[in-house]
Design a protein around this ligand. Structure first.
Ligand SMILES: [Zn+2]
Length: 167
């Protein structure tokens, strides 16, 4: 993952300088990894380590989310935790941005409405809630996923218009 050379401070190399760098986080995000036993941010009810955490940790070991829904959940959790590398790595190269900067919103919850896959294509409909400044927002989206070489990728999402009352 961080296969590049580490910069060595001139004339002073200590073993701790040679540790792998931690994942990149959005500057506004907390700098600690999510506790393994804490509830997963995707609100599955599972501990983080048994849910999205295993896909976050397994990214560079060939351990990938096995279904579109699992990938979608892990990407939501990655937004919550500010795991930019994970978001980019699970975004299909045809649609992935070269760089990703996360808006400093507070994510409040996820509800997966519908998930299905057929062959190497999948869709997941979900509602994610967040607070942007003082404003609460709902993001209702149907995301598309594709599987290549046994690995699912996010392609894009279509925003579902909120149902207008009275129509
Ligand atoms: Zn999860």
């Amino acid at each position: 993952m961080y296969g590049g050379t580490l910069h060595e401070p001139a004339g002073r190399i200590e073993t701790q300088d040679l540790r792998l760098q931690p994942p990149r986080y959005h500057c506004a995000m907390k700098k600690n990894l999510h506790p393994a036993h804490a509830p997963c941010p995707c609100e599955s009810g599972e501990p983080y380590a048994a849910c999205c955490g295993q896909w976050h940790a397994g990214l560079n070991e060939g351990v990938h989310a096995p279904t579109p829904e699992a990938l979608m959940r892990s990407r939501y959790s990655a937004y919550v935790l500010g795991l930019i590398d994970y978001l980019l790595a699970t975004w299909h190269p045809s649609t992935a941005p070269g760089e990703l900067e996360l808006a400093p919103v507070k994510w409040l919850g996820l509800e997966v409405r519908h998930a299905q896959s057929a062959g190497d294509a999948g869709v997941v409909e979900f509602v994610a809630r967040c607070r942007d400044g003082g404003r609460a927002q709902r993001m209702h989206e149907t995301s598309r996923f594709v599987r290549e070489a046994g690995r699912w990728y996010y392609i894009d999402g279509q925003v579902e218009e909120p149902a207008e009352p009275g129509r």
